[in-house]
Design a protein around this ligand. Structure first.
Ligand SMILES: NC(=O)c1ccc[n+]([C@@H]2O[C@H](COP(=O)([O-])OP(=O)(O)OC[C@H]3O[C@@H](n4cnc5c(N)ncnc54)[C@H](OP(=O)(O)O)[C@@H]3O)[C@@H](O)[C@H]2O)c1
Length: 347
């Protein structure tokens, strides 16, 4: 179907990340449908999206969600903390028979999405794609790209470096909500950590160079472990963004370019190791909130045009061809390299 006629509902449409998602949908020719619980904020956002419909809906009222999704080809859930919003919106998507995608970073929520909704979604023939975002999506895609044709690995490490982290209200609320729910993936299972978070030194590409990193529990441990055969998954992040995040005076992100992206930079490296050999894939770019939009919209586009492996709940690297997906985002949204395979990003 012509994209101009494909309506994609965005739940939580007036949030910071949703603003990038709405822009990305428009740029790709989709028509966004603005859904959320606050009519005033929805109508204010709609002023910058001529032609877009607005529908008020609440997760406490399934009928309102059914009405809001009526006529949509897919729904993207941007309303976090996701612990409150995922199940009601997934269930509404399944009732409507349309694909569901979200940008959840919370391990517990994404794990529950797999556990609670996979069979239902498979039975309904509907794709449910959680964590199509910087956390949970990008690391998983890079892990798939790094693995290439390896059927299994001994371990996978995701190393994230941010030069700063100016968190949104949504991030702050999500971090608070998520406290004490962290899991690590070791010995082939997700399990609460037994000691303090591991630390290490990671050699990032210049100009970052050597950085002290600390283990971070993100949706990546959940998404990667769903489909790659690997008994150990570690996710590390450098210290600077964690200091920013724990400081209540750190301001929210501010736009630094015409597209609204902040000046924040990121590098994500994923190394898979097997029997002494290692394979590495890297992505770098600007603004972890902004880059989430092309990830979730690329995922939605692929689901809608059939470039998806199956129905049911799936991780990004499981539902899509990971390297092809990342190359599609390079160079407009990030720079992707998988040098160990002799491939570089670009078209
Ligand atoms: N995985 C990743 O890499 C990644 C990337 C970006 C964002 N995120 C996540 O996305 C979420 C939103 O982040 P943000 O930066 O966009 O925050 P934000 O600007 O604060 O926006 C949050 C949005 O969610 C809505 N919302 C929250 N709880 C809701 C509920 N129970 N029912 C309906 N709407 C609700 C808010 O509406 P109200 O104003 O009405 O509360 C608002 O529209 C956070 O959980 C964040 O962690 C994850």
């Amino acid at each position: 179907m012509d994209r101009q006629h494909q309506v994609i509902a965005v739940f939580g449409a007036y949030g910071h990340t949703a603003a990038f998602v709405l822009d990305e949908l428009r740029q790709r020719g989709f028509m966004p449908l603005l859904v959320g619980r606050d009519a005033v904020k929805l109508h204010s956002t709609a002023q910058t999206h001529p032609g877009a419909q607005v529908r008020v809906a609440s997760v406490a009222d399934p009928t309102s969600l059914d009405g809001a999704l009526s006529g949509a080809a897919a729904v993207i859930n941007c309303a976090g903390p996701f612990a409150d919003t995922v199940s009601p919106v997934v269930e509404a998507a399944l009732r409507a028979g349309i694909p569901y995608l979200d940008v959840a970073a919370e391990q517990a929520v994404t794990l529950e999405t797999f556990q609670q909704h996979d069979q239902q979604a498979r039975d309904a023939g509907v794709v449910v794609a959680p964590s199509m975002a910087f956390y949970g999506g990008l690391g998983d895609l890079l892990a798939g790209a790094a693995m290439g044709d390896w059927p299994a690995a001994d371990d996978i490490t995701v190393a994230i470096a941010l030069d700063s982290w100016h968190p949104t209200q949504g991030t702050r609320k999500t971090v608070q909500r998520n406290a004490g729910q962290h899991l690590v993936f070791t010995g082939n299972r997700l399990t609460p950590p037994t000691g303090p978070a591991q630390t290490d030194t990671w050699q990032f590409p210049p100009p970052l160079g050597d950085q002290e990193v600390v283990e971070l529990s993100t949706a990546d441990q959940v998404t990667i472990s769903r489909h790659l055969r690997v008994p150990e998954i570690r996710v590390f992040i450098n210290q600077t963004p964690l200091r920013d995040l724990s400081d209540p005076t750190t301001p929210p992100p501010t736009p630094a370019d015409a597209g609204g992206r902040s000046a924040q930079t990121f590098v994500v490296e994923v190394v898979a190791r097997r029997a002494g050999a290692q394979r590495r894939a890297t992505a770098s770019g600007r603004d972890i909130y902004a880059v989430t939009a092309p990830i979730v919209v690329e995922a939605a586009a692929r689901v809608l045009d059939g470039r998806v492996s199956r129905a049911g709940v799936g991780a990004a690297g499981e539902l899509f061809d990971a390297s092809d997906f990342l190359r599609a985002l390079d160079p407009a949204h990030l720079t992707f390299t998988a040098p160990d395979h002799g491939r570089t990003g670009g078209n």
